[in-house]
Ligand binder design. Structure first.
Ligand code: C2E
Ligand code: CA
Ligand code: CA
Length: 666
């Protein structure tokens, strides 16, 4: 008898240890991967560990007085633990196989039921030593019956949800065996409780159960691995796909367009021909990307480029100027041809796009102007078509031809130009700063400079409220130079007053990044304000980097050699990029806010972010996550190894005054 008690103590303590370890392992998985089903399985094994621990206690304390406080407490823990184990096990399976995220109610109900059933089974007949049989039926037979039915139900659920992976199939077999084991046991216990063979069976089952639960733990681990692989492979497919995209449309980019157009102008001049420069912008293209996904969006852009390139009018120049805006140039001799070309463009774009078994319909806005009537250089032609396009878009008209009076007609722009120039002179553009937190040492690592317009009438304006005017007026380059100089001044001023330098990151527009004297200008400013280059960081958006890779790569290399850091902004939103990431000598990628928004609630976003972090680290780049708004997001990002974060949760962009206060507080 004593020998038997010793064996049992040994088994129960071993089980307690193993199940606690499995629970810990699941906890580690959950921290890294963040999925809810892992958490449920972790609870399940933790509950099992508790339950087996109370068996152990009961066994060690041996012959507890029935109805004593200790007896009842231990039984309560054992029973409730057992039911919770079963509930969380099943909930985990359900959560792993559905997209159902709203399980809070189910969790509450399940815990409540487990506690009520477990407590009832422990407390009924608990105080009277003579009810040995009833106690046993209630505590053991009932539980066995419930588990048996539950496992059988799980079998039919798993069968109906068509799980294809290995662990799912094994779990199915496991549930079937466990179901039979428990149901048989529950009946046998009622029929033959006092028989010898039943006692032997019970003794053997202790070993069988231990083996079974351990196997279960491993099945769950295999399940987690398998599922992660599935998610990762779909994320990697997407990543690969993102990386493929230099030859997305196969047409000229902005610089090449300017060059080609200049050449065509000379030829037209010689032949006494006229050129018409059409600028088209696809309406609501963002909607296409959002609805059908980036992949379909890119396929469509490629198709648009192909249609324009192969159009029967034999265009002289076809190019893509940015995401969804294209240029199309033809030569013509009379007005009718110009109109016909216009209709042709609209018809080309309007023809349905057949992608992934869907039909997508699109329209475009067109702005156009003439060479030589409207301008005699490529830049001006582009700008004038752009003005016409701007009119078309703001007034929602299909096509608008540039007219000499247009600038004054678009009174708004004219007035804006004056206001904006005044703002430059009166230094009404001010800098705000958004702190960036280093997750490795929990210190401020720098700040991003974000421009604001302190407007005399309209108050403080964010970039979204005036950037379209700046763009239409072609004033980005001036704005960037302005911000650059102001930033250098700020770094110098802080050094003078606080003897402290904070690295500042500024946003640089595409065009500016490729300007010939861009680097010289930076060198001049660093010298003038005596700033070590490591305190300056430039953010370039992904789109730019990709369309003009060689040029930008040169610029980045020169900057890096000077000691200035360059990072890729809005990473993940562009048409590009992982493939280039390897080639680009950049320091840091900034994962776009859109991925972070859902990171805590959407498995596939979490996996994508994880993949980005891993790939970037593999390439020796640091990773910053933008737009972190909650503690949960921060915690997840920390767990998956992100280096730094920025977002409202740390701080909104704040004025210089507030920022220096912030610095002092830190
Ligand atoms: P960005 O470079 O992606 O800058 C981050 C934007 O996200 C900022 O908007 C910032 O206020 C906002 N933001 C930061 N954290 C959070 C968050 O947790 N939640 C949400 N919802 N938003 C957050 P802002 O200041 O309106 O700037 C918009 C964009 O304008 C910037 O996007 C940047 O591309 C551009 N920009 C800003 N300043 C400059 C500048 O000086 N020069 C140039 N060329 N572009 C600038
Ligand atoms: Ca930025
Ligand atoms: Ca950004």
């Amino acid at each position: 008898m004593a020998e038997r008690a010793l064996t049992l103590s040994l088994i129960y303590s071993t089980e307690t240890l193993i199940f606690s370890m499995l629970a810990l392992l699941l906890f580690a998985y959950h921290r890294g991967l963040g999925h809810a089903y892992i958490k449920f399985w972790m609870f399940s094994f933790a509950a099992l560990a508790f339950s087996q621990f109370s068996y152990f206690l009961q066994n060690v304390l041996n012959q507890l007085e029935i109805g004593s406080f200790l007896d009842i407490t231990i039984t309560l823990v054992r029973q409730i633990g057992h039911y919770l184990f079963f509930f969380f096990l099943m909930l985990g399976v359900y959560s792993a196989t559905t997209q159902d995220k709203k399980l809070a109610k189910v969790v509450f109900l399940g815990i409540a039921t487990s506690v009520i059933v477990g407590a009832s089974a422990s407390l009924f007949y608990a105080f009277d030593a003579s009810y040995v049989f009833n106690r046993f039926y209630l505590r053991e037979s009932l539980a066995a019956f419930i588990f048996g039915c539950g496992f059988i139900a799980a079998v039919s659920y798993l069968l109906s949800s068509h799980i294809s992976h290995f662990a799912g199939k094994i779990l199915l077999v496991f549930c079937a065996i466990a179901g039979v084991r428990y149901i048989t046991y529950s009946f046998a216990s009622i029929v033959s409780l006092t028989d010898d063979w039943f006692r032997h069976l019970t003794q053997w089952l202790v070993f069988v159960d231990m083996g079974g639960y351990i196997v279960l733990g491993f099945i769950l681990m295999v399940w987690i691995q398998g599922r992660e692989r599935d998610i990762a492979s779909s994320a990697i497919n997407r990543a690969k796909y993102l990386g493929m995209h230099d030859s997305l449309t196969g047409v000229l980019n902005r610089e090449q367009v300017i060059e080609k157009l200049t050449g065509e102008m000379k030829i037209a001049d010689d032949k006494a021909k006229k050129l018409c420069v059409y600028l088209l912008d696809i309406k609501r293209f963002k909607f296409v990307n959002d609805t059908y996904g980036l992949k379909v969006g890119d396929l469509i852009l490629g198709e648009i480029a192909r249609r324009l390139n192969h159009s029967i009018l034999k265009p002289k120049v076809v190019g893509r100027l940015s995401g969804d805006s294209f240029m199309y140039v033809v030569d013509y001799t009379n007005e009718q041809q110009q109109q016909a070309a216009l209709e042709h463009i609209h018809a080309l774009i309007a023809r349905p796009y057949q992608v992934a078994q869907q039909e997508v319909h699109l329209q475009c806005s067109v702005g156009y102007c003439d060479f030589p009537a409207d301008a005699d250089n490529a830049d001006d032609l582009l700008q004038k078509s752009n003005l016409a396009l701007f009119q078309a878009e703001t007034n929602n008209i299909h096509s608008v031809k540039y007219e000499p009076g247009m600038q004054s007609q678009g009174r708004h722009l004219l007035a804006m130009e004056k206001e904006i120039r005044q703002a430059f002179n009166s230094e009404a553009f001010i800098l705000h700063f958004q702190p960036q937190l280093n997750l490795k040492n929990n210190r401020l690592e720098g700040a991003e400079v974000l421009v604001r317009w302190q407007h005399p009438d309209k108050g403080l304006l964010a970039p979204g409220q005036f950037f379209h005017d700046i763009e239409a007026l072609n004033l980005f380059s001036e704005l960037d130079s302005y911000v650059l100089e102001k930033t250098c001044q700020t770094i110098a001023r802080w050094y003078k007053t606080y003897k402290r330098r904070v690295p500042l990151a500024i946003n640089i527009t595409a065009v500016e990044f490729q300007a010939p004297n861009f680097i010289k200008n930076i060198q001049r400013l660093l010298k003038k304000y005596e700033i070590p280059p490591i305190y300056l960081e430039l953010e370039v958006t992904e789109n730019v980097v990709i369309t003009d890779i060689d040029l930008v790569m040169n610029t980045i290399t020169v900057l890096q050699n000077m000691g200035i850091k360059v990072s890729i902004d809005d990473f993940g939103t562009g048409y590009s990029s992982l493939a280039y990431l390897r080639k680009l000598p950049i320091d840091k990628i900034k994962i776009d806010r859109s991925f972070i928004q859902e990171v805590a609630s959407n498995d596939s976003d979490l996996t994508i972010v994880k993949t980005m972090v891993e790939l970037s680290h593999g390439l020796g780049k640091r990773v910053l996550a933008e737009g972190v708004e909650t503690k949960e997001q921060l915690q997840l990002l920390r767990n998956i190894g992100c280096d730094a974060v920025q977002g409202y949760f740390i701080s909104k962009p704040i004025s210089e005054e507030e920022f220096t206060k912030y610095l002092k507080r830190k």
